[in-house]
Ligand binder design. Structure first.
Ligand code: PLP
Length: 464
């Protein structure tokens, strides 16, 4: 447990007990591992990267670099390692499974961990009708599977997405991703039949009035169904329950209910993408539980197995069973080790009162950010503090504080946080930082984070 600003001196083993803390300025005491040594020049540039650190290991809220740096991780691999890095129970479950069965191809036979995972998932589904599952490896694949399901079930082609959405980078999901042009520019033609309607981003529009914003988004959606894609051609509306890459924006309270009504009226399926908001991130098992809405299909990934690559969709049996045998599947779909890890994640949720911790730490983080918003030193920079549970955004400017598209305050604060030993991400085209700590983060670790965030915002405010 090295204090902030110090490094962990050269390690000969992977055991934490073998570490000693040194001053970060002492290069001779730090194991040097140049990037070239790892051949990073041979990694494609198309991957954007926050830092050039080379991560060696992770434990709980921290990651450790090959150069001996200890970093407080407020990204958790973008909301994946939700129970902290290398959660002991998850690690043990995966290790045990590796010794039993690593790969059981789903098109050949059932495999036990997957069946047991379904048994454990069933009771926590946000609606009883969600009773039939299938698994893939990544969120994008699962999103695409939900579109296949919707097309098959309705016999219609078109899909409505939200402006600001992120559903992935595969050929299909690129067309559905509307948060930044970089995700699809130069890769056209994309799949046709995808239409984007406004997401009710209250801070940016309608002077922050949630009801006006919701009314407007619903009206735009209704107009879209009259002018661009008729209901008889529209298979599904897909929505991130809390807009993720688009800015960590929870919708106004009535929005999803009203979309549900529109779907019911026209026989359109409602697909909720809970890839980033699921598995406790927002303080409920799934973010949709905050809104009391029944999705026809729910997409899951990321937190489901705390870092093991597995994703899935769940829907009602009569829809899932419409797809003919052989039309679904994939070599690694629902890998056995990932399923075993997923089982351990769900056990940990029960045994370690994860959601209680989310509530307590969420309050702590919000108190800190609201403090910055009210502070004479920093309040003028801050436009909005929002989020649910530990899916939290700090937006600089915007709304009544003026246009903040492409603004740089967030990235300046981000750089300062990184310099001070904390990994944090920006999000959206607006000037926004997002905080995604692990859901078991301790009070002390959250205090450390709040201190770093506060210092960083104050420094940026001083520098002007
Ligand atoms: N859907 C949402 C809401 C996401 O946040 C992401 C990834 O960030 C995806 C889908 C795509 O998941 P993956 O990167 O695993 O393909």
């Amino acid at each position: 447990n090295c204090p902030r600003g110090t490094n962990i001196a050269a390690q000969t083993t992977h055991h934490q007990s073998d570490t000693t803390c040194t001053n970060s300025k002492g290069p001779e005491e730090v194991k040097m591992s140049s990037l070239a040594q790892f051949g990073t020049n041979h990694i494609a540039k198309g991957i954007g990267r926050l830092t050039t650190h080379v991560l060696e290991r992770g434990s709980g809220s921290y990651v450790y670099t090959t150069e001996g740096k200890k970093l407080l991780d407020f990204t958790m691999g973008i909301g994946v390692t939700n129970l902290g890095h290398c959660h002991p129970k998850v690690t043990k479950a995966a290790q045990d499974q590796v010794g039993k069965l690593v790969h059981g191809q789903v098109n050949i036979a059932f495999q036990e961990p997957q069946l047991r995972l379904i048994e454990k998932l069933l009771p926590i589904m946000p609606d009883k009708s969600l009773d039939t599952f299938f698994f893939w490896n990544s969120g994008s694949e699962a999103v695409e599977a939900s579109v296949k399901l919707a097309r098959q079930a309705t016999g219609r082609q078109n899909i409505i997405v939200m402006q600001g959405s992120y559903h992935g980078r595969t050929m299909g999901t690129m067309a559905m991703t509307r948060s930044k042009t970089v995700y699809s520019a130069g890769f056209h033609p994309l799949i046709p039949g995808v239409y984007a309607s406004p997401f009710p981003y209250t801070h940016q529009f309608h002077n922050g009035n949630a009801q006006d914003c919701s009314d407007n988004a619903i009206k735009e959606l209704e107009i879209m169904l009259l002018t661009q894609t008729a209901p008889k051609d529209t298979a599904a509306i897909i929505i991130e329950t809390v807009l993720g890459e688009g800015g960590y924006v929870p919708p106004p309270p009535d929005f999803l209910k009203r979309v549900r009504e529109i779907c019911d009226k026209h026989g359109i399926l409602l697909i909720l993408d809970e890839v980033q908001s699921g598995f406790g991130r927002t303080g409920k098992m799934f973010a949709v539980e905050h809104y009391g809405v029944r999705p026809d299909v729910m997409v899951m990934a990321k937190g489901i197995a705390n870092g093991f690559p597995i994703s899935g969709i769940v829907s009602r049996k009569e829809l899932m069973d419409l797809q003919p045998p052989g039309s679904m599947g994939g070599t690694y779909a629902g890998n056995a080790v990932a399923c075993a890890a997923g089982l351990a994640v769900l056990d940990a949720f029960k045994e370690e009162k994860v959601l209680d911790n989310v509530a307590a730490r969420s309050k702590q983080l919000f108190d800190c950010l609201h403090g910055l918003q009210k502070s004479e030193k920093t309040g003028h920079l801050i436009g909005d503090v929002r989020g649910l549970g530990l899916m939290v955004a700090l937006e600089f400017g915007g709304g009544s504080k003026g246009d903040n598209i492409g603004g740089k305050i967030g990235s300046r604060v981000q750089n300062k946080c990184v310099e001070k030993g904390m990994l944090v991400l920006t999000t959206s085209i607006y000037d926004t930082l997002r905080f995604i700590p692990n859901l078991l983060i301790s009070e002390e670790e959250m205090s450390e984070a709040c201190e770093i965030i506060t210092e960083s915002v104050e420094e940026v405010a001083r520098e002007g």
